[in-house]
Design a protein. Structure first.
Length: 152
């Protein structure tokens, strides 16, 4: 008999930290709305959710590292939108690498809920219009990973 291990989608016993970027705040707020909707629909209690605002995506890994151990999972939400200079590449790459490193270093699932898009329109499409809401899907991943981590 094969033993199958999966994380369930019950958020009722989870503590969740959410880190949100003020840069591109319109998008961040849409992602946060999507994440909160998902968490509540899966039973998370408001008292067990904390939201930390940071200036931009570049700052997320440091703050995630500081808070990760306080929660079952941490969700990073924001958008890095390409401009006319290579700035986008540096911010997006450091945020992605840093978030992955914090997750591996702490053993806490830190979820990459950052959009990396060519323009504002693509970001809006992923924040509740025609391509769903990536904040919602990041929160769903967080619930599954937090429960899976408890199982293992
Ligand atoms: N931060 C973002 O979250 N998204 C962006 O699109 C962005 N761009 O393109 O510049 C951005 N830059 C700010 C950066 O994250 C830091 O806050 C800043 O460099 C100070 O360290």
């Amino acid at each position: 008999m094969v033993k199958v291990i999966e994380g369930n989608l019950d958020a009722s016993k989870l503590s969740i930290g959410i880190i949100v970027s003020r840069f591109n705040e319109l998008i961040s707020k849409g992602l946060l709305d999507g994440a909160m909707d998902c968490l509540k629909r899966h039973g998370a209690k408001e008292a067990n959710i904390e939201v930390v605002w940071v200036p931009g995506a570049f700052e997320m890994p440091l703050i995630a590292q500081k808070i990760a151990k306080e929660y079952d999972t941490v969700i990073c939400l924001g958008a890095v939108i390409r401009g006319g200079t290579p700035h986008f590449e540096y911010v997006a790459a450091e945020a992605a690498k840093g978030i992955a490193k914090v997750s591996l270093d702490t053993g806490v699932p830190v979820i990459f809920g950052l959009l990396t898009t060519d323009n504002l329109e693509q970001a809006l499409e992923r924040t509740g219009s025609k391509s769903g809401n990536r904040g919602f899907s990041a929160a769903l991943t967080a619930i599954e990973l937090a429960n899976l981590s408890k199982e293992l």
